[in-house]
Design a protein around this ligand. Structure first.
Ligand SMILES: [Zn+2]
Ligand SMILES: [Zn+2]
Length: 117
């Protein structure tokens, strides 16, 4: 394990080190999932797999990504190794616990994705 600013790069570029680097779903894959497994009703949107209801398109999209499409993906924090279950939790953790990571764009967080064991 390297110390210092190159540490997170090493983790990202060395997937064999612990977990296998995961590829997060593309916008299109999530879109396909939404077409197949969700329905819109007069009162909002419903996930047909778990029967949960959502009032707006954004929240069902996040639900679909975190609970279904990318359900096998976790985000180990490159700084403190805490494992976050979703990209949003990871982003929150990173920005609040490690101010030095604030410049990181959400898109860049994808490279930290790892498959669950
Ligand atoms: Zn669901
Ligand atoms: Zn951390």
């Amino acid at each position: 394990m390297f110390i210092g600013e190159s540490r997170h790069c090493v983790l990202a570029e060395d997937p064999g080190r612990d977990r296998i680097q995961a590829v997060v779903a593309t916008v299109k894959e999530i879109q396909n999932f939404l077409c197949e497994h969700t329905a819109s009703t007069q009162r909002g949107f419903v996930c047909l797999l778990c029967d949960k209801r959502f009032s707006c398109a954004d929240t069902i999209r996040v639900h679909a990504r975190d609970k279904h499409v990318d359900a096998d993906i976790v985000y180990p924090c490159p700084v403190c190794q805490k494992v976050c279950k979703t990209r949003n939790i990871f982003a929150q953790h990173l920005y609040s616990s490690h101010p030095e990571m604030k410049g990181m764009k959400k898109k860049e967080l994808n490279k930290f994705a790892r498959n669950k064991w």
